[in-house]
Design a binder for this molecule. Structure first.
Ligand SMILES: Cc1ncc(COP(=O)(O)O)c(C=O)c1O
Length: 354
C-alpha cells in the first residue's frame, strides 16, 4: 500500500521479514559482527569517515544529544518550520541559552542570514534542519555551513536530516558538518525506532569537556560501546536486522541513483500540482526532494480525499500543524517509485472530477 506520507513510510517485504530472525544476545560475537558491519556501511550514507551511532531511539533524541553534548554557553537554532521550532524547545527545556533565527515558514534560509546572526554573538552550536518536513523546504545546508565556518570557524554545526538523508544529497565530511542525524522511518524506509547519527572526531572531543551530558545520549559513552560494536543499553536488534538488509538494497540501487529517483519524483509532483492549478507552498529554489507541500488552492477536504484514496490503498498527509487544511503533503520518499506517483495522480484526478 503506497503511503505518500512523510514517515513512517512503506517498508519492503524482505526488510520487514528480516525482523523475524531469531534474537541474539547483544553481547555475542554474532551480534557484534552484524552491528559492526551495519555501522561501517552506514558511514557511506552520511558520507563520513568518522562514526555512526545506531541507537534505539528516534531522531528527536539526537536533537537533544546535540544540545547535551556540545552546548555550554549558547546555541543558535534556525527555525523555518515545526522541527526547527522543536529543536529550540529541546534546547530551552535542557536549560541552555537559546537564540532563534526565525525565517518565514515556506521560505528557505539564506546563508547570509546565518552568517549575520553568528557575527553578532558567540555560539557553541548552530542547529539547522536540512529538510523541513512541515513545509516541504530544503535548506541549503552546504552553503549555510560554509558561510557559518567563515565567520565562526570553531562552531559546531549540527544538522537534522530526519527526512532528507538517503533521499537528497548530503555530504557530512565534505560540507564540514559535525553531527548529522536521521530516523529510520523516513528516506531509509525502515520501521520507526532506530536513530542514526554521524558524529565527527571534533564533536566527540568537545563532548569530553562538557559537563552533565546525561547518560543515554552521551557521545563519549556511545563511542566507548561502539568501539566494542554495541550500545550502552540494549540495541533494537530486530531493527538492526532490517537495517542490514536495507543497506544492501540501498547500495544495490546506488545512493546517487536513489537521490536522483527522489529528485525526479519531486519534479513530477510539482509539475502535476501546478498543472492542476494548485500552488506550491515552498519557495522556488528551496523545494524538498522528498516531500512536496501543495497549497490547497481548490479547497479540497483532505480527510475526505484521503478516505477516497484509502479505498484505493493509498494515503497522503494533511498539512502540518497550522498548515492543516490549507496545504496537503505528498511524500515521495523511501520505496516510492515514479509509477506509484502516477497512480496517485490518476486517483486524485478521479476524486477531483467526481
Ligand atoms: C525534520 C524532522 N525532524 C525531526 C523529526 C522527529 O523525528 P522522530 O519522530 O523520528 O523523532 C521529524 C519527524 O517527522 C522531522 O520530519
Amino acid at each position: 500500500m503506497p503511503m505518500f506520507v512523510p514517515g513512517p513510510v512503506d517498508v519492503a517485504p524482505e526488510v520487514a521479514q528480516a525482523q523475524t530472525r531469531p534474537m541474539l544476545p547483544h553481547r555475542s560475537p554474532e551480534f557484534e559482527a552484524l552491528f559492526h558491519s551495519c555501522e561501517q556501511r552506514a558511514r557511506a550514507l552520511f558520507r563520513t569517515q568518522y562514526r555512526v551511532f545506531l541507537l534505539a531511539a528516534t531522531g528527536t533524541a539526537f536533537q537533544e544529544a546535540c544540545v547535551r553534548n556540545l552546548v555550554t554557553e549558547r546555541i543558535l537554532v534556525v527555525v523555518n518550520g515545526a522541527f526547527g521550532k522543536r529543536w529550540a524547545e529541546v534546547a530551552r527545556t535542557n536549560g541552555k541559552e537559546t537564540d532563534v533565527l526565525e525565517v518565514e515558514w515556506g521560505k528557505g534560509v539564506r546563508p547570509e542570514q546565518v552568517a549575520d546572526a553568528l557575527q553578532r554573538k558567540r555560539y557553541d552550536v548552530l542547529a539547522v534542519v536540512h529538510n523541513e518536513t512541515s513545509t516541504g523546504v530544503e535548506n541549503p545546508v552546504r552553503d549555510i555551513a560554509a558561510a557559518a565556518r567563515e565567520v565562526a570557524p570553531e562552531i559546531f554545526i549540527c544538522v537534522d536530516s530526519v527526512s532528507g538523508l538517503g533521499g537528497t544529497p548530503l555530504e557530512m565530511d565534505a560540507w564540514g558538518l559535525d553531527v548529522v542525524f536521521t530516523s529510520s522511518q523516513k528516506c531509509l524506509a525502515l520501521p520507526p525506532g532506530l536513530a542514526l547519527a554521524g558524529v565527527s572526531d571534533r564533536a566527540l572531543d568537545r563532548a569530553k569537556e562538557v559537563p552533565n551530558r546525561g547518560w543515554y545520549l552521551d557521545f563519549v559513552r556511545l563511542e566507548k560501546h561502539r568501539l566494542k560494536d554495541s550500545t550502552p543499553a540494549t540495541p533494537a536488534i530486530s531493527l538492526i536486522y532490517a537495517l542490514d538488509v536495507q543497506l544492501d538494497r540501498i547500495f544495490q540501487e546506488g545512493l546517487e541513483n536513489r537521490w536522483e529517483r527522489h529528485r525526479r519524483m519531486a519534479e513530477m509532483t510539482r509539475a502535476w500540482a501546478l498543472e492542476k492549478g494548485f500552488d506550491l507552498f515552498a519557495e522556488e529554489g528551496f523545494r524538498s526532494q522528498t516531500v512536496t507541500t501543495v497549497v490547497n488552492t481548490h479547497g479540497l477536504d483532505v480527510a475526505q480525499l484521503n478516505a477516497f484514496l484509502l479505498e484505493r490503498n493509498m494515503r497522503i498527509a494533511n498539512g502540518y500543524g497550522p498548515l492543516k487544511g490549507k496545504t496537503f503533503r505528498i511524500a515521495h520518499m523511501g520505496e516510492i517509485q515514479p509509477q506509484d506517483l502516477e497512480a496517485l495522480f490518476r486517483a486524485m484526478e478521479a476524486y477531483m472530477a467526481a
